[in-house]
Design a protein around this ligand. Structure first.
Ligand SMILES: [Zn+2]
Length: 157
């Protein structure tokens, strides 16, 4: 029975396929660390792209790659889950690839990441007095308006 040769992680793939090593093993005898898993940076920073016409919401899970670290595993995921970003990334120069995720907030830290684009709209019930006071404070500046009071500046909500 032939054993499947597991393709080890190749460092060059990190930039080429926008993946980041997340887990290493250092327990082997040579003491060299072996990559166990890496994550898809498009998933981390942009989230998965919604398929046009798809009724299902794109999952927000970050894709983790494990052995075998084959290039076609990355490309298959990128073309199906991040077609737009993957296209941009492939067209980018090496320098641009290095900076591709700079200044991008990971999608988990955004409202969309937490609630999903569909659920961002939320309604809160806030006491009118609180709203009036806040709006009144924003508009009312004793330096500018002499004689006006909060009561004059409030809105009927
Ligand atoms: Zn991904």
């Amino acid at each position: 029975m032939a054993t499947k040769r597991a393709t080890p992680f190749q460092r060059a793939h990190a930039l080429q396929y926008a993946v980041r090593v997340t887990q290493r093993s250092t327990s082997n005898e040579s003491n060299a660390s072996v990559v166990i898993a890496c994550e898809c940076l498009f998933c981390v920073y942009f989230g998965r792209e919604c398929k046009i016409g798809s009724k299902r919401k794109a999952t927000s899970y970050v894709k983790y790659f494990k052995k075998p670290f084959r290039a076609d595993n990355y490309t298959q995921h990128h073309t199906s889950q991040h077609p737009e970003k993957w296209k941009q990334y492939q067209e980018a120069s090496e320098e641009e690839k290095k900076n591709f995720f700079d200044d991008v907030k990971p999608v988990k830290q955004t409202l969309h990441g937490h609630f999903g684009a569909q659920q961002v709209c939320e309604r809160f019930l806030i006491n009118t007095d609180i709203v009036n006071t806040i709006i009144g404070d924003m508009l009312w500046d004793p330096e500018d308006v002499s004689g006006e009071t909060h009561a004059n500046m409030t809105y009927d909500l």
